[in-house]
Design a binder for this molecule. Sequence first.
Ligand SMILES: Cc1cc2nc3c(=O)[nH]c(=O)nc-3n(C[C@H](O)[C@H](O)[C@H](O)COP(=O)(O)OP(=O)(O)OC[C@H]3O[C@@H](n4cnc5c(N)ncnc54)[C@H](O)[C@@H]3O)c2cc1C
Length: 417
Amino acid sequence: MHTSSRNTGKVHAPFIYDPERKKVWAKAALYGYDFWKKYCYVNKISFIEDGVIEVAVDAKSEKALSLHHQWGIKNGLDDTDIKILNEREISRIEPNLRCPAALLCKKDASVNYGQITQMLADQVCDKNKLVRMVTCAKVVNIKYKETSKQPIVLEYLDVLEKSKKELNCNFLINASGSNSINILNKTKIDHFYQDLFFRGEYWVAPPKYDNLTSHSIYSVPQFQQFPFLDPHWIIRSNGKREIGPNACPVLSPYGYDNLANAKEFLPKMYRLMIKKDRMVNKTLFKRELFDLVSKEALSSISKRYMINRVKRFLPIIEPKDFKIRGTAGIRSAIVDKNGNFVSYPIFILQRDILHILNYNSPGATGAFPISYAIVFKLIDKGILKKYKEDKSDTNNPFDAKLINACRNEININFACL
Ligand SMILES: Cc1cc2nc3c(=O)[nH]c(=O)nc-3n(C[C@H](O)[C@H](O)[C@H](O)COP(=O)(O)OP(=O)(O)OC[C@H]3O[C@@H](n4cnc5c(N)ncnc54)[C@H](O)[C@@H]3O)c2cc1C
């Protein structure tokens, strides 16, 4: 229902991730492509290998292109997958594009992550009945019952029956997306992380624009120090074209509409002014972030402003032709104790609970590799039993080489609080 079904649907190639600072994301994206390709093939789901073009709109971003080319190679892309193009080469491949230089990456694909997530859920529940999904249930509290064999008590609201219920377990993984800090806070541990929410909005292009390009087009982000890309020209896996996402600041992980944001206004202001989120103020009043936020907020209010950000490199499009909004998704960006955005996923192991925070883009691309890396780490720590490959498991389409790459190359750290 949330971010996994409300995103751009790209299987991202790892060329915008610094191989040193964002190694985990880079490797997860690299192997994520192979996992999704195989998964979609076996399950007959669309996996459109349509590639992506990153365009430079000025001299500064031209420099970024060559850096991204180097990063792509260092992160494991083959040099036949990624190439810098000059103006002539661009106009041969994409005649409607206008830019002095671009980076073409063939190893980038389009999928429908919502459809995939639904299929995965059905499959794990069907199989041997080892997994049970509890849906329409909102976790409202986490407690410890020390004397119990399964000491973690998850208190939840059964939304349909409107009653409170409990689930007991001996190990818990908090992978609740943009709401993860809220769940972490229910365990009452002291930590310094705070979250800010940004709504990524889209506009659907009319069918007459379906043949404008054969690739999705991204521009080099203007504010590269922040974890957001500029709105792009997107080809969806169903062939539709869209523009987005922007990153409009909102007040809640579910602030899709004005009512949801209005409800959060007073509590959030209280926390910002009086309570713990004071550090976030330091972030909000940084000049560059202020510039970025104003620009993104304007993109939310003014369709023309947002479409014109793409029109810079695709001049043929006209804002008046975009009449339908796409499905918006919300990311929570985590801020550390110095008021800086954290650019990587955070894993906190606290007693018998693993919290996953800041699981942002390319989170959907990297979902399988990161999940394997987490499981292997839990095995190494003796928390899970040793993994035995089940040769009779015909539902698992992945070969051992790919799975072992996740074990050996995606080195995630569990922070302990
Ligand atoms: C606009 C946008 C575009 C993006 N585009 C891409 C892209 O093209 N490619 C890519 O790889 N990544 C993309 N991402 C990132 C990617 O979508 C996310 O990293 C990923 O989907 C996060 O998955 P998740 O399971 O952590 O969160 P979610 O999919 O949000 O799942 C969290 C789940 O936790 C549940 N939950 C939360 N609180 C509670 C509670 N109290 N009780 C019970 N359940 C609870 C929610 O109901 C939800 O089902 C994009 C993100 C955004 C916002």
